[in-house]
Design a protein around this ligand. Structure first.
Ligand code: 9D3
Length: 247
């Protein structure tokens, strides 16, 4: 899969996409990430990419010409592509959208800066607009990296263990149970005794109770969508009592 990134800060993309799983996927040719500097497509002597907003107001707006020139230069060099503008006004990115995008051969991610991008770019030159969440970033670059990471790990062969990406999509909307590893005593803090007892059945039941309790406390939105079994309700109640006894 090919990711084309349009940005005025190409340097931001080097380390995050060269390390770890995404970096390895690039080395192995499973994904190709091509970063393009929008400034290279600016026509004027000063290579201006922004200008003052028509109608007045604070800040600057990204000019359409450099972005559209870049899009036209990229469009014909490769398989069909979906052009996506990263913007706070976009549809909210989630796992379902990541899965949808992972089925496409090529994505063009346009990173805005300043107060935003001239609306004609969004309206006439992109097929999609995406936001990664309801918080304010300084530009679309980090959002594009989040999307590359979330989409890349869904592609065949990117995660060593083929099952894990598939497992995400079939799993219920429940938070994961807490995890512990050695040492058993870390600066006086122990590990729940049930995990050391070796009974798989009681470990499974404890983990399920913890997962349900965390989901109810931290993500009531997810919990509301669950249909807990009779056993779930028992395990949730014992997890709640265990927590109550600790305080
Ligand atoms: C003053 C109004 N601001 C909108 C909330 C202006 C504004 C703030 C931040 C305009 C652009 C930006 C830069 N953000 C992005 O380009 C962006 C973003 C984000 O801020 N949050 C979540 N997802 C995204 S995707 C692109």
């Amino acid at each position: 899969m090919i990711f084309e990134i349009l940005t005025i800060f190409p340097g931001m993309f080097s380390s995050p996409l060269e390390e770890s799983i995404v970096g390895k996927a690039r080395d192995r040719g499973l994904i190709d990430v091509r970063v393009h500097n929008i400034r290279d497509f600016a026509a004027d002597r000063h290579q201006m990419t922004d200008d003052r907003p028509f109608g007045g107001g604070e800040g600057m707006v990204m000019k359409p010409e450099p972005i559209v020139k870049a899009l036209r230069a990229i469009k014909d060099c490769g398989p069909p592509a979906r052009s996506i503008l990263l913007t706070p006004q976009g549809r909210l990115f989630n796992q379902e959208i990541a899965r949808e995008l992972s089925r496409l051969p090529r994505l063009i991610l346009i990173c805005g800066r300043y107060e935003g991008v001239d609306e004609r770019v969004a309206e006439y030159f992109t097929e999609d607009q995406i936001s990664i969440g309801d918080y304010v970033l300084t530009g679309g670059e980090l959002a594009a990296m989040v999307m590359v990471d979330a989409v890349a790990r869904l592609l065949p062969g990117v995660l060593g263990n083929e099952g894990s990406a598939v497992a995400d999509s079939f799993s219920e909307p429940v938070l994961e149970h807490p995890q512990y590893t050695r040492p058993q005593d870390f600066e006086g803090m122990g590990v729940p005794a049930v995990l050391l007892c070796g009974s798989h059945a009681s470990i499974r039941r404890w983990r399920r109770g913890q997962a349900l309790l965390r989901t109810r406390m931290r993500r009531p939105d997810l919990f509301a969508r669950l249909s807990p079994t009779a056993e779930d309700i028992v395990l949730l109640e014992s997890a709640r009592r265990e927590l109550e006894e600790r305080v």
